[in-house]
Design a protein around this ligand. Structure first.
Ligand SMILES: Nc1ncnc2c1ncn2[C@@H]1O[C@H](COP(=O)(O)OP(=O)(O)OP(=O)(O)O)[C@@H](O)[C@H]1O
Length: 479
């Protein structure tokens, strides 16, 4: 800064050329050395206190052997280190999950905080463009905390003031590669705080066997697979409509069959009816016996079945009107789940215009009015473009299995889903690794969750059909 000091004008003059402006030397204020030393010492002590408070266990682990060594010698130190070490090792062998929960994952989180995240934080933030340089000062988003789960690192970050979630969502690839992870997902923890999820391994890389048929009678949510965090993936079908989008071989069949499987006790009890439309004649025909005659494959018959569902829906709406607003499944008014495999065969690819119109109108009516009166639609399709299924937005819940193009992810899950980590176009095309893997937006959260549907094999379907048919015959005989 150039400043005129009182009485210092002549001494500070560095240019006396007559035709130029008068230039003064910058005023230099000399700070006494003792002040600098005290400030540095203060910073050091504050940093030490912060570190001890932030990592008390690590401090104890380092400090106790250190103090023991200086006061009691090496023998005492060996004892101090080996006794707790052996106890911990024994604990790890005896009860690994409990050990991991209380010790293992915390140690791992500390190690990864120091070795991966803190070490690379500055360069990754700067190069990805998330840091700011204003008036010669660097402003970095703050790395608040690292926690580890069995499969991922969860990083809590305080954004810079004025940053948006989109700023981070736009840079998930920079972040993933910067910290050596395969992907990154961004979720909002609370105002100004984000959680970044960096998977360390893929917990869904191994196919899941079919979920056992539940004992209790329920219309859902139906357990059909597993979420990435190890919790069951439960799909709600009663009171909503579900669209399953996935390229060929993505595993749409496993979502459909797992749902049917989970509903079987309720079907047996007469609380649920499954109406199946199978225009490809491949998927649902296998378990035809489960649908009690409500199965259609040729488009004409599909249109009739859909119109029958609309009729039932309207008849119910007439009866329920002014009496109740929600549907409770009963034997008289069971929940009707209309399952459509490859809905585009009935809409976009249908050559008969009349049939196409009838089918689209029936589907639109069911998806706009069916929820409250106990009629739901579970439809699968390969190509999620609007001109293929104009009514795709009428499905409140959507599942994105492996898709061919990145743009299709937002078409299925809604705007911004891919930016927030729903990389459905990156799901492996290898059936053992990627079939049945999907991203969903669960009701409880706008953030996409990665899931895998259990695989219901042909043998499972055959068994389901055989058991169901035997049950049905037994019931007939009993009557
Ligand atoms: N959940 C799953 N887990 C593991 N493998 C699966 C799963 N679902 C399907 N597969 C495997 O992937 C193959 C293709 O699955 P499926 O036929 O269900 O796909 P799709 O999406 O219905 O394909 P298409 O649209 O061509 O009918 C299956 O034969 C099976 O080997």
């Amino acid at each position: 800064m150039l400043r005129r000091l009182p009485g210092d004008e002549v001494r500070g003059l560095v240019s006396t050329t007559p035709d130029t402006a008068v230039v003064f030397r910058p005023a230099v204020v000399h700070t006494p050395a003792i002040v600098t030393v005290l400030i540095s010492l203060g910073r050091l002590v504050a940093g030490l206190i912060r570190t001890v408070l932030a990592h008390p266990i690590a401090t104890v682990v380092v400090a106790v052997p250190g103090v023991t060594w200086t006061r009691y010698g090496w023998l005492a130190t060996v004892i101090v280190v080996t006794v707790p070490g052996s106890v911990l090792a024994g604990w790890a062998v005896a009860d690994r999950p409990l050990f991991d929960r209380w010790v293992g994952l915390r140690l791992l989180a500390f190690w990864r905080l120091i070795w991966i995240y803190r070490r690379h934080w500055h360069p990754v933030m700067t190069i990805s463009g998330l840091a700011r340089h204003v008036h010669d000062r660097d402003y970095l988003p703050r790395l608040v905390r690292v926690t580890c789960t069995s499969w991922a690192d969860l990083i809590t970050v305080r954004m810079l003031t004025g940053q948006s979630v989109k700023d981070w969502a736009d840079r998930i690839e920079h972040l993933a590669h910067g910290f050596g992870a395969t992907s990154c997902r961004v979720t909002v923890a609370r105002a100004g705080l984000l959680t970044l999820t960096f998977p360390r391994r893929d917990p869904l890389a191994v196919p899941l066997p079919a979920v056992p048929i539940p004992d209790e009678v329920s219309v859902g949510p139906v357990e059909i697979g597993r979420c990435e965090d190890g919790t069951p993936w439960r799909l709600k079908v009663h009171g909503t409509h579900v669209l399953i989008a996935g390229a060929t071989g993505a595993g749409k069949g496993s979502v459909i069959w797992s749902t049917v499987r989970g509903l079987l006790p309720a079907v047996r009890a007469g609380l649920v009816q499954i109406w199946a439309l199978d225009p490809k004649l491949m998927e649902l025909s296998f378990g035809r016996a489960l649908f009690g005659g409500r199965y259609a494959a040729d488009p004409e018959r599909c249109a009739e079945l859909l119109e029958a569902a609309v009729k039932t829906m309207q008849e119910r709406a007439g009866r329920f009107s002014g009496v109740r607003r929600d549907h409770v499944p009963t034997v008289e008014d069971p929940f009707i789940l209309v399952v459509v495999d490859e809905v585009a065969f009935l809409t976009a690819y249908q050559a008969d215009k009349g049939l196409k119109l009838r089918i689209t109108a029936a589907l639109a009516t069911l998806t706009t009015q069916g929820r409250a009166v106990g009629v739901g639609v579970l439809a699968a399709l390969q190509d999620p473009r609007k001109d293929v299924l104009s009514i795709r937005n009428l499905f409140p819940d959507k599942i994105a299995l492996r898709l061919d193009e990145s743009e299709q992810v937002d078409m299925v899950l809604g705007g911004g889903a891919r930016d927030r980590g729903a990389l459905a176009d990156r799901i492996s095309p290898r059936p053992d690794l990627g079939a049945g893997v999907a991203y969903v937006r669960l009701e409880t959260s706008p953030d996409p969750v990665r899931v895998r549907a259990a695989y219901v094999s042909d043998t499972d379907i055959r068994d389901m059909a055989a058991t169901f048919t035997t049950d049905a015959l037994d019931r007939e005989e009993a009557r």
